[in-house]
Design a protein around this ligand. Structure first.
Ligand code: SF4
Ligand code: MG
Length: 329
């Protein structure tokens, strides 16, 4: 079957005072219907920017898309007039933004804000939108929705406010939900509850999701597949199980080593040495080479190809097979 969403070879630059930043360089990923894809990487790797490009909400300038396509059910969103594009936003693809918790307006009731999100899309009456707001609060498992619909954001806990943001993103019944770091501001127990909710919504609504995260541990139970981003590129793509069991890229390996484990019993967490590169000065060859424990001369001179490691699986590393087989590391 054709993918629901297909990002192909997306390239994007920012013009900054320090020169041209290559923010995305040939990013490709797809999303099948009812599939959950996790996009993993450190901040600045291009995860959010790719999502903003999909939503058509980049600041232009400074952002400029210099190549690629974003196909939604076969139609290229990048070559659509803004008026047509607007109809996709919210209605086909909904998004929960990073720092969504601060996006709720303190002076309006949550019911009013959800109802407004409903009314953005359809020619819905105020009364119907109000009714739908209660349904949406039920859908995201807010207890006592009917009683609480008139309450204000500060009367809800952080986890409940995140549920309200999810309800708003679902207001127009999108087929795809993009969630950018949906649990970062929450404590661990509440994080797990939000991830459980997203898993239930996927099951109940048959919705596809893109979960953007810097923390693999949070999304592992919910995601089917993962793409790992580094310096504006995809460095590995795999299903979750394979990626956990046999990471095929040294960067993925480093990220896995830094995930806290419950049985860790105080063992120090390994972290990846160094910092991601400046996007105005991306290293030659493999952009990860200054931080990579396995780097050799070829890594500094030659961009690594996508090495296939199985069906739907690849790693952009000169030594991908050795890394996946555990012969390196
Ligand atoms: Fe490390 Fe070389 Fe692989 Fe890059 S190509 S991840 S530097 S081993
Ligand atoms: Mg981000």
């Amino acid at each position: 079957a054709a993918p629901l969403l297909d990002v192909r070879d997306l390239a994007l630059q920012f013009h900054t005072r320090d020169g041209v930043a290559t923010v995305l360089n040939g990013v490709s990923y797809h999303l099948d219907p009812a599939e959950v894809l996790a996009v993993l990487g450190e901040s600045g790797s291009g995860k959010s920017v790719t999502a903003h490009a999909i939503m058509g909400i980049l600041d232009t300038p400074p952002a400029r898309i210099t190549g690629g396509e974003i196909l939604y059910q076969g139609q290229d969103l990048l070559r659509m007039p803004e008026s047509a594009r607007r109809r996709f936003r919210g209605r086909e693809i909904g998004m929960i933004f990073q720092d969504a918790l601060s996006a709720l307006n303190p002076v309006f009731s949550v019911g009013f804000q959800i109802a407004e999100a409903v009314r953005l899309g359809e020619g819905t009456s105020r009364a119907d939108a109000r009714k739908r707001a209660v349904e949406l609060m039920d859908l995201v498992r807010i207890p006592g929705a009917r009683q609480r619909v008139g309450e204000y954001p500060h009367q809800f806990s952080g986890g409940m406010r995140q549920r309200i943001m999810i309800a708003m993103a679902l207001a127009q019944r999108p087929k795809v939900l993009i969630a950018d770091e949906p649990t970062t501001a929450l404590d661990v127990t509440v994080q797990a509850q939000i991830m459980d909710l997203l898993a239930e919504l996927r099951r109940d609504l048959g919705m596809a999701m893109i979960l953007i995260t810097h923390d693999l541990g949070v999304v592992a139970d919910v995601a089917d597949r993962i793409v790992v981003m580094y310096a504006g590129r995809i460095v590995e793509q795999a299903d979750v199980y394979q990626l956990y069991r046999t990471p095929g890229h040294p960067y993925t390996r480093g990220l896995l080593a830094s995930v806290p484990r419950l049985n860790g019993k105080g063992a120090p967490l390994a972290t990846i040495p160094g910092l991601p590169p400046s996007l105005t000065k991306i290293p030659t060859g493999c952009p990860f080479h200054p931080r990579c424990p396995y780097a050799r001369d070829v890594c500094r001179s030659t961009v690594p190809p996508r090495v296939p490691l199985g069906i739907g699986r690849y790693s952009a590393c000169h030594f991908a097979r050795e890394v996946a087989d555990g012969r390196r590391g």
